[in-house]
Structure formats: C-alpha cells, structure tokens
Design a protein around this ligand. Structure first.
Ligand SMILES: Cc1cc2nc3c(=O)[nH]c(=O)nc-3n(C[C@H](O)[C@H](O)[C@H](O)COP(=O)(O)O)c2cc1C
Length: 198
C-alpha cells in the first residue's frame, strides 16, 4: 500500500480574534478523516520571527517547520483577505524556506467576512506560491461571510454544503500531491535546475 500523504495546513494569520482559525481547524479535521492523508496544523502565531532576517539563515531557527515541509507532499494555506492581500505574518513564515517547497502541491482556502470568500487574496497568493516552487491546484475553497458560518464554539453550521466542497477540494489536492510525489521519484534523472526534497 502507498504511504499516506502528509499535507500540513497553514493557519495564515496571527490576528487576535481571527475567524480563520475555525476554518483551519475544520480543514484539519476533514483531512484527518481521510484514509489517504495525514496532517498537522501549522499556526503562524507560534513563530517568533525577526523582522530583519529573511531566507536561508532562518532555516536553523525553524527546524521543526523545515522538517514538516520537507516531509510534506502538499500544503493547504488557509488565508483571510486583508485589503485584498495576504497577511504579512503568513508571508514571513513562507519566506523562511524555498527549495523545501519545490514540486509539491498547494491548495488555497480563502476566508472573508464579505461575499467573495477570499477570492482576491488567493489571486494575490498565486504568484507567491509559484515562485516558491509549489504547484497550485485549480480548485479553491471559499468561506464567505465567515462570521456566520460557525457557531460561537467554532462548529460549522452548514455541514452538508461544506462537506461536498471540501471533499472535492481535498480530492483535487490529493490527486496533485500523488502525481507530484511520483514525479519527484520518477523524474530524478531529469536535471531540473530546481532542487526538490522528499
Ligand atoms: C486589516 C484587515 C483588512 C481586511 N480587508 C478585507 C478585504 O479586503 N476584503 C474582505 O473581504 N475582508 C477584509 N477584512 C475582513 C476579514 O475578511 C475578516 O476579518 C474575516 O473574519 C477573516 O479574517 P480573520 O481571520 O482575521 O478574522 C479585513 C480585515 C482586516 C483585519
């Protein structure tokens, strides 16, 4: 049997009172129910980041994050929309690494309190994930009006609608993650200028 995929979920904001946490926990639970994948929540709030030191020198300070990304077959980014863009805290965490992301799948989940469900933040993230060497899937998952989607205890109200959308999103991500895992093994003799890991 093929080893389960490892697909961590990055909770992409450290804002006090963030609604995005409910969404990230819901996606983690959905991944945990699957037979083909395991996951782990990576919360940008847990990172102590220096504001003057990006890139290669930070790897050693964030060994656990690095190990998780090296081990990962794919990633889910759960991201709120802030002024049509992504939170700086997410970008700072993503910028810690580079080649560890190469040739791995990424799916994006947009969160907003308005009707667009983070559509614009996902569009603004696309060039970033591409430059990191991640391969974005075509399907996104959206949580518009997020303040109405969960109970005060963080339980999803409309389970049926979101279960279908989430399953489609994760199926697509798993498809891409399996394909790229095979590709990383089978294409080892092709000299890509981009180093891939795992
Ligand atoms: C600084 C800031 C900027 C925001 N900009 C937008 C925006 O451009 N579009 C939008 O739909 N919602 C915007 N929102 C509202 C968020 O969608 C809302 O806070 C939602 O709950 C998701 O973010 P949260 O996880 O921080 O709660 C903004 C919120 C903040 C704090």
């Amino acid at each position: 049997m093929t080893a389960k995929l490892f697909i961590p979920v990055i909770l992409g904001t450290n804002r006090e009172g963030r609604q995005t946490e409910n969404v990230a926990r819901y996606v983690v639970a959905a991944l945990n129910k699957r037979q083909d994948a395991t996951t782990q929540l990576i919360d940008v709030r847990t990172f102590v980041l220096l504001d003057s030191d990006y890139g290669i020198r930070l790897k050693d300070r964030h060994a656990e994050y690095r190990n998780n990304i090296v081990r990962a077959d794919g990633l889910v980014l759960v991201v709120p929309e802030y002024n049509h863009g992504y939170p700086g805290s997410l970008k700072s965490v993503l910028d810690i690494l580079l080649e560890e992301y190469h040739h791995k799948a990424v799916g994006m989940v947009g969160v907003s309190n308005g009707p667009w469900g983070g559509t614009r933040v996902i569009e603004s993230l696309l060039p970033v994930v591409r430059t990191l060497g991640l391969v974005a899937i075509k399907l996104d998952l959206h949580f518009p009006f997020v303040q109405d989607v969960f109970t005060a205890k963080g339980v999803l109200k409309d389970k049926k609608t979101y279960a279908v959308r989430t399953a489609q999103f994760l199926d697509e991500l798993v498809w891409m993650a399996i394909t790229l895992r095979r590709g990383r093994k089978k294409a080892q003799n092709i000299k890509s200028i981009y180093v891939s890991q795992n």
